[in-house]
Design a protein around this ligand. Structure first.
Ligand code: NDP
Ligand code: PYC
Length: 338
């Protein structure tokens, strides 16, 4: 017996939907959350794939998630859409707000979607990659709970604060990156704790501020930013743009509001969409072609583009299904109704 179980995309979708339904979450939230979870799993993003169902179920059980949340879309300005997620998961709020945001970007050349009051747990690339496939460039960022120390410090201030970016390519998968501004996502450290394996050096300090490779000590202490002061400054930027600018919580405030419940963070998210067709008009094609020169210069020396691994994993999952640890599968089955 292997330690892995293979699931088809249909199996994974049904499993996720049934688990979420059993929590009492509205059908529309179950569907929206399932879409991002299955997309992450099929791209081999284990930290934000089916594993996240454990966190979602726990979060609903804490009573902090609004199970019947109805996102409210507000046309705030010629280039700004705001969505109040009504304390539901971010995924449904994103789905409500992105259409009107794209409409504005097509007219103004750029537009922002500010999501407020959402519980956020997902990878960000599922929010920007589809936009690049429609010809837009897009940037997304969101705070989380304060788990990360600033460069030079040892006490948590920042969230793991991911930034995702996508750029359209006419004849290839879009250029997409998506990473935490911490040295690794917290979910990756949690997976090490579950597997009983050490984390790499340089990712975290323990509660006394000493370097650690013990995942449990790292989760109790503070994670570190990537690239020292550079990741630290980017993380602060995420707090300012994805928190203060849109009138929502900082990661420090989200963590305080959670009061130890362990629910997914409650805060805001900012997505900025650019329409190259408006910026470039008749020169669009030539300029997008120049971007290909850049990608070619990267690839021609044996380097890879971000998301290349994901796209390959996705093609493989579509052919052969996705593999998850047997232990996780057993835990997930336990969450299904009798
Ligand atoms: P990783 O360090 O695993 O990957 C970051 C990015 O770098 C990916 O786009 C990846 O592409 C790319 N990449 C990795 N190796 C290379 C390479 N050798 N050459 C070129 N590109 C490369 O990400 P993190 O651990 O920082 O984050 C994982 C996920 O966690 C993200 O999806 C993020 O959105 C999510 N997250 C969500 C949070 C939230 O609050 N909602 C908080 C923090 C993280 P590829 O995938 O193809 O390897
Ligand atoms: O993995 O750091 C993380 C994370 C935080 C919120 C969702 N994912």
């Amino acid at each position: 017996m292997t330690d892995l179980v293979t699931l088809s995309i249909e199996d994974a979708t049904t499993l996720s939907r049934d688990i979420l339904r059993a929590t009492g979450l509205s059908e529309r939230q179950c569907e929206a959350v399932t879409r991002v979870i299955v997309r992450a799993q099929q791209d081999d993003c284990h930290s934000h794939g089916l594993y996240r169902l454990l966190g979602c179920v726990h979060s609903v059980a804490t009573g902090r998630i609004n199970k019947s949340a109805e996102p409210r879309v507000v046309d705030l300005a010629p280039s700004i859409v705001k969505v109040d997620a009504d304390r539901g998961f971010s995924s449904l709020a994103y789905e409500h707000g992105i259409g009107p945001t794209l409409d504005k970007a097509r007219v103004q050349g750029m537009a922002a979607l500010a999501i407020n009051n959402c519980h956020h747990f997902s990878a960000l690339w599922p929010e920007v990659e589809p936009l690049a496939r429609q010809g837009f460039a897009a940037l997304a960022l969101t705070p989380s709970h304060s788990w990360v120390a600033p460069a030079g410090g040892t006490r948590p201030v920042f969230g793991t604060n991911p930034i995702a970016f996508a750029w359209p390519r006419a004849e290839a998968d879009p250029f997409v990156f998506d990473f935490a501004t911490s040295a690794t996502a917290r979910g990756e450290i949690e997976l090490h704790r579950r597997a009983g394996t050490d984390i790499a050096p340089g990712l975290a300090v323990d509660a006394s501020g000493d370097a650690t490779t013990d995942p449990a000590a790292a989760l109790e202490g503070a994670m570190l930013t990537f690239g020292g002061h550079k990741g630290s400054a980017l993380s602060a930027m995420v707090e300012l743009l994805g928190g203060i600018l849109i009138g929502d919580m900082l990661s420090l405030e989200s963590k305080a509001a959670d009061a130890g419940a362990g629910a997914t963070p409650l805060h805001g998210e900012l997505i900025v969409v650019f329409d190259p067709a408006v910026f470039l008009g008749g020169a669009l094609k030539d300029n997008l072609h120049r971007a290909e020169t850049l990608f070619g210069a990267i690839l021609s020396q044996g380097a890879r583009l971000p998301s290349q691994r994901r796209f390959e994993a996705r093609r493989n999952a579509l052919r052969n299904g996705m593999r998850i640890p047997r232990k996780l599968h057993a835990e997930l089955l336990q969450l299904l109704p009798e």
